[in-house]
Design a protein around this ligand. Structure first.
Ligand SMILES: [Zn+2]
Length: 290
């Protein structure tokens, strides 16, 4: 379980959501057997999706973040519910690249910059909300800032960090998004930028101060008030029923072919690697119901 904190400046012009996703990224790395680079990229995307998803109002709302940059890691997908619980995967989890500088993974090169970041919000309406912006650096935090500015007209600062040990275990992961609310004065922005610069990277802040301390550090001098504390985890919603739907969507012809082979089929959830078996009898039943 990871902790998520929401805080607000006393004057009400700045809000922050910070989260410790160490356990979440550990789980993701365990499921997808990711390289260090892939852990960092997927971990940053999961962290951003968790924060953005937790801002959704409806209990059944969900948010999908897709990052397509044309880099060797391929497309990254992260899905969050409205409580900030997330799941995700990336196309090529085993890719490694030379470090940018010693100890600094080159996430930007792994993700690429030739593409876009897309956010799909399913708010239970007929059509989902879809917002998209071109990638800035492929480092993900800057790309999310750009998305918030252009698609949602929210000035923000986004920090995401994943520290991977030599043995590929996840030492620390987390991040924060600070948002300026309408009417915020320019002098607030300067002070906030100063705070962010002097605070340093998430991977140092989080182990030193914890998730609440990190939020307070960023809002230092603004008299911050904690307005919410929740727990978040890596959570997949797959079930045999959902996998059945995926099988049905293959179409009658393909399904009939599999059924005719008489061996049944195994379907693996791409988010959590759960395996669902369907016997030839179950496949025949599905075909009958079509
Ligand atoms: Zn699953």
């Amino acid at each position: 379980m990871g902790e998520m904190i929401r805080a607000m400046s006393r004057d009400g012009f700045i809000r922050i959501c910070s989260v410790d996703t160490t356990d979440i990224v550990r789980r993701a790395a365990e499921i997808h057997k990711t390289s260090a680079l892939a852990s960092a990229a997927l971990g940053r995307a999961l962290t951003a999706a968790s924060i953005l998803g937790s801002g959704l109002k409806g209990e059944n709302d969900s948010l999908t973040m897709q990052i397509r940059g044309g880099g060797p890691l391929g497309t990254i997908t992260a899905v969050s519910d409205s409580a900030g619980n997330v799941r995700g995967y990336l196309q090529n989890p085993f890719v490694e690249l030379p470090e940018k500088r010693p100890g600094k993974l080159n996430v930007g090169a792994g993700v690429g910059v030739d593409g876009s970041l897309t956010v799909i919000k399913d708010l239970g309406l007929k059509e989902p909300y879809v917002g998209s912006c071109p990638l800035v650096s492929g480092e993900i935090a800057e790309d999310v800032t750009q998305y918030l500015a252009t698609s949602e007209q929210i000035p923000s600062a986004v920090a995401l960090g994943v520290l991977v040990d030599k043995d590929l275990s996840i030492t620390t992961a987390g991040g924060y998004i600070v948002e300026l609310l309408p009417g915020a004065d320019d002098s607030l922005i300067d002070r906030l930028e100063e705070n962010i610069n002097s605070a340093g990277p998430v991977t140092e802040l989080l182990p030193a101060y914890g998730v609440e301390g990190m939020a307070k550090k960023i809002l230092d001098g603004f008299d911050p008030e904690i307005v919410g504390k929740t727990k978040v985890e890596y959570h997949c919603f797959c079930s045999k029923k959902r996998v059945e739907k995926a099988l049905i969507s293959m179409g009658r012809k393909d399904l009939q072919e599999i059924a005719d082979e008489g061996k049944g089929v195994e379907m693996t959830c791409q988010f959590c690697d759960a395996v669902y078996h369907f016997t030839p009898e179950e496949l025949k039943k599905l075909l009958k119901a079509l």
